[in-house]
Design a protein around this ligand. Sequence first.
Ligand SMILES: [Fe+2]
Length: 363
Amino acid sequence: MLYYMPTKLYYGKNIIFEHKNEMILGEKAIIVTGRNSAKITGALDDVISILKEFKIPFIHYNEIGENPTYDMVIKGRNIAIENECDFVIAIGGGSPMDAGKAIAVLTANPELNPDDLFDMNNYDVALPIVTIPTTSGTGSEVTEYSVLTKPDGKKSGFKSNLIFPDVSYLDPKYMIKMNKELTITTAVDALSHAVEGVLSKKSTIISDMLAKESISLIYKYLPKTLNDLENLKYREKLAIASALAGMVIAQTGTILPHSLGYRITIHKGIRHGQATAVFLPFVAKEVDKVSPEKTQILKDIFGSLDEFHLFLKNLGIYDFKINFNAEELELFTKDVLNSSHITNTPGKYDKDKIIEFYNNLTK
Ligand SMILES: [Fe+2]
């Protein structure tokens, strides 16, 4: 067994200023962000003030949208090469962090195109990476994964130990600006990581310990946070829960709910965390049939699998109207059955079962 998570993770309020010298991992930075959140949260200004203090020049690339595409990372790579940037600082939710990781590999290996990222044998070097999350869900600040959207519209993750961030700063003060909806969808993404880690065939005693704490924190503090969005103590608990859940999937990977969810994110516009978490109770019940010991952590925390389902329902994550035509179900089912996620999900999953999962959402 192996537990491997080489990222130096600093956490706590104003932590970035206490360890600011560790952010300087090169001579010129490319700061990778989305359009607004890095600025609104104050994280961007903090980073820029530190870079200025150390007289480190930087380029700010702020065009990463939700579900980052090949075009976005190619543009980032071109900017980094033109400006001779030698390290990446990614600020934001999962999308800027995942894009920053891709840019770190593509800049260090200019001959590669994004398709080449999916075979880790194609490269053995990446620029150093700093991440600063402004949401608490993805866990990308402590994982070796980056999820991109391919030109054919499919979401797919690549994996390499080279893209574990070198240094991450987890500060709850950057998270208090999240509204209710974003707080829920990101928290249930973290919950999905922890729950999928527990259910996964690849779970270990260490990943289960991390997952158990992560799930307990979300169960206890997500409802409290929703009633008190700017409470720093609650935000810190959710930030830790998200990082713990990231450490879980850094060991186990994600399983079936993520694969099921990718299709409704891309084709139905449902945000990633919500699109994934809606499937957790259905998959947990299937796992329970063959490996009841794997669902025990959920039963211990929530009382039963039905109460776990009820917890998610009460968050409102099923409150959408969605329909699938036969052609969509055919396409989604084919993609899900071919995805690597199914290999590590205990239970039997055929075409009818996958269609049943999707149809559960239309009731
Ligand atoms: Fe996720």
